[in-house]
Design a protein around this ligand. Structure first.
Ligand code: MN
Length: 478
């Protein structure tokens, strides 16, 4: 070890975002977080991931919380920590491409309300879809010197995803002006030795700090982190133990302890780390008792490596089949997923490409004929409206999916979208009196959900019983 460089490994704590997104469908309310913020603020994490991804949607739709209000409360409770969010590039936090002015406004308001690090990814790893968001973060650096654009590359397997591919992409990410690079392994596919080789390749392509994000789904996570760290990874994403493992991240406590006294010591105080876990332990028990946390998400399953389907996608497939009364078709669908993926140019499976490939696979199996039924989203992907895939799509499938005379778009999809903010402002003003810029963004991303939320909020203010609201007829008692 004498020639080994000592290097402090950073910890990004995910308990306030990805951990509960992965284990309890993003249902942790802000009240559960507030009492522990002061202690979390003193641990010394590299960052605390606490916003973006599905939190925004879940706040508006299920928790009836204003997501911006949540962010401001987190900012206030964590004054010394860097706050991180997950951002789907040109999709922002939604499922479709938005015009550049919406992306820019969302970035500006996120940083304005307290975010420091924005982790930006694209489901096709199409660099062109990341640039507007990254530039928008850079434009905020004067206002917030901690503003940081991290580009995340979605990790996946396939012929095209060679070490040369990752090395070149790392180089492109640096060229784009990112502050750091993350490997986002949403399905836990990154094996320990492959992780080692991957980090070495990334380090050849860039000098940017490298962060590794995985899920424990296949049981590999902690081993993969250790090998990645040995290869030079700078930061790892972990979750406080009661909300770690299974489909969530490896455990913070375990990784901090494992690295203690090694050249890669995180420098975190073990007692403080354990205090955080102690706080969340009763909450875990409560979630298991209420059924919110299913034991299905808590174990590990090496079979995930076979089908390469992330946890969230698997539960979607199961529920789609259940609704169609075809529960017995799961294996057939799981076998159809890699075929559809190949037809569609082998994209990584992450929101929204995971939903598109998954739904198409379900259709192909249920209809008994491949591409007999093609959902609108499949058509968009094939038409190039999400960007370019790493490999060309199957020409026969393209022909079947596209309308006669239609060709695949090859330039940047957002170049075809005119500015949208003015229209969103007008529409929001029809629903809310003096809407805030944040209200407008709620509407831009989730028009229906935001409309319901605005009505709920208004009803709360006027003190009426929202449970009496007649949503079907859009009637709220006043
Ligand atoms: Mn994740």
């Amino acid at each position: 070890m004498s020639d080994q460089v000592t290097k402090k490994v950073g910890i990004t704590e995910t308990v306030l975002r990805d951990a509960h997104q992965s284990l309890i469908a993003t249902r942790m309310p802000i009240e559960e977080m507030l009492p522990i913020l002061d202690k979390m603020d003193k641990v010394g994490y590299h960052a605390i991931e606490c916003w973006g991804g599905a939190t925004f949607d879940a706040c508006l739709r299920f928790l009836k919380e204003d997501p911006w209000e949540r962010l401001r409360k987190l900012r206030k409770g964590l004054p010394n920590s860097k706050l991180q969010m997950l951002f789907r590039g040109q999709n922002i936090l939604g499922y479709n491409h938005y015009a550049d002015d919406v992306v820019e406004e969302f970035v500006k308001r996120s940083i304005g309300n307290g975010i420091d690090i924005i982790r930006i990814f694209d489901c096709l790893n199409d660099i062109r879809n990341l640039k507007t968001a990254a530039n928008a973060v850079k434009a905020c650096k004067q206002e917030n010197p901690n503003a940081h654009a991290q580009i995340a590359l979605c990790y996946t397997l396939g012929d095209a995803y060679t070490l040369e591919y990752w090395e070149k992409l790392a180089h492109d990410v640096e060229e784009l002006g990112a502050d750091s690079l993350c490997i986002k392994d949403m399905a836990g596919l990154l094996l320990p030795q492959a992780g080692y080789d991957l980090v070495k390749a990334l380090k050849r392509g860039t000098k940017l700090p490298i962060e590794i994000h995985t899920h424990y789904t296949s049981g590999m996570g902690s081993m993969t982190y250790l090998k990645c760290i040995e290869a030079g990874a700078d930061i790892i994403d972990t979750a406080s133990t009661p909300l770690a493992l299974g489909t969530s991240q490896p455990s913070t406590d375990v990784m901090v302890k494992a690295l203690q006294g090694t050249p890669f010591d995180t420098g975190l105080d073990m007692d403080k780390v354990i205090e955080i876990s102690d706080y969340f332990t009763p909450y875990r028990e409560e979630c298991i008792k209420s059924g919110l946390m299913s034991t299905k998400v808590l174990g590990v399953n090496v079979n995930t490596l076979k089908y390469q389907v992330p946890g969230g996608m698997l539960s979607n497939l199961i529920s789609q089949l259940h609704q169609a009364g075809k529960d017995d078709k799961l294996t057939e669908v799981l076998e159809e997923v890699p075929r559809v993926r190949k037809d569609f140019g082998e994209p990584p499976l992450v929101t929204p490409s995971s939903q598109i490939v998954g739904t198409q696979a379900v259709m192909n199996v249920i209809m008994g004929e491949r591409y007999k039924m093609v959902p609108k989203e499949s058509h968009k992907l094939v038409a190039g409206e999400f960007g370019v895939t790493v490999k060309p799509m199957d020409p026969e499938v393209v022909k079947k999916v596209l309308k006669p005379g239609e060709t695949q778009m090859t330039d940047r999809p957002a170049d075809h979208i005119a500015p949208q903010m003015d229209d969103f402002r007008k529409k929001t003003a029809e629903l809310v009196e003096n809407p805030t810029p944040e209200d407008v963004l709620d509407y831009a991303l989730f028009p229906q959900v935001a409309t319901d939320f605005f009505a709920y909020r208004k009803a709360q203010k006027t003190g009426v019983d929202v449970n009496a609201a007649d949503k079907e007829n859009k009637a709220y008692p006043v």
